[in-house]
Design a protein around this ligand. Structure first.
Ligand SMILES: [Zn+2]
Length: 175
């Protein structure tokens, strides 16, 4: 598969995602891709799993499990946290979501075109922002590294902790 996802594209789309409640074309496309992945794995993307994935995908930021439950409560029936956790476990197992360990928050690994290219999450210790970053060169290098190690990744996600441009040189945002 060619590496066509650039950070620019990613950013362009994230700006418009959260506004619409009805699934956008991108969301529908990403969810269709998720269905295909699940079918290939011989598992079912149930309504609950799909709803949780859609919420993660539509969010502009990583979501904690409780945040996710609150969000879902506002536009659907309330889901018990255990239900949300089970759905998250499933999505992680299928490589459709990832838990950012340093934030204990969840993200969708699907891009707008339904691909799952490698993404580096730049996590600021100062202000807490999490910015996705990706490039063809990065994706290519990671694919190369993985194939040489004969390693099958569940999700191509890298977490990089540090300080964003705004927080650098300001006492690392602690003031
Ligand atoms: Zn920052």
């Amino acid at each position: 598969m060619p590496h066509t996802v650039s950070y620019k594209n990613y950013e362009h789309h994230t700006g418009t995602r959260a506004q619409a409640m009805a699934p956008s074309k991108e969301t529908a496309q990403a969810l269709a891709r998720a269905e295909t992945i699940c079918r290939a794995h011989g598992v079912r993307l149930t309504t609950i799993r799909r709803t949780v994935l859609e919420a993660l995908y539509s969010s502009q930021k990583p979501l904690g499990a409780y945040e996710l439950a609150d969000l879902l409560a506002s536009n659907a029936r309330r889901m018990a946290p255990i239900t949300v956790y089970r759905a998250l476990d499933f999505l992680i197992e299928q490589g459709l979501a990832h838990r950012l360990a340093s934030r204990n928050a969840y993200i969708s690994t699907l891009h707008d075109d339904g691909s799952q290219e490698a993404t580096a999450y730049l996590i600021c210790d100062g202000c807490g922002t999490v910015e996705p970053a990706s490039s063809a060169a990065f994706a290519g290098a990671l694919s190369d590294l993985l194939s040489r190690a004969d390693f099958e990744p569940r999700a191509k996600v890298l977490e990089v902790a540090g300080h964003c441009s705004r927080c650098q040189g300001h006492g690392h945002g602690r003031h």
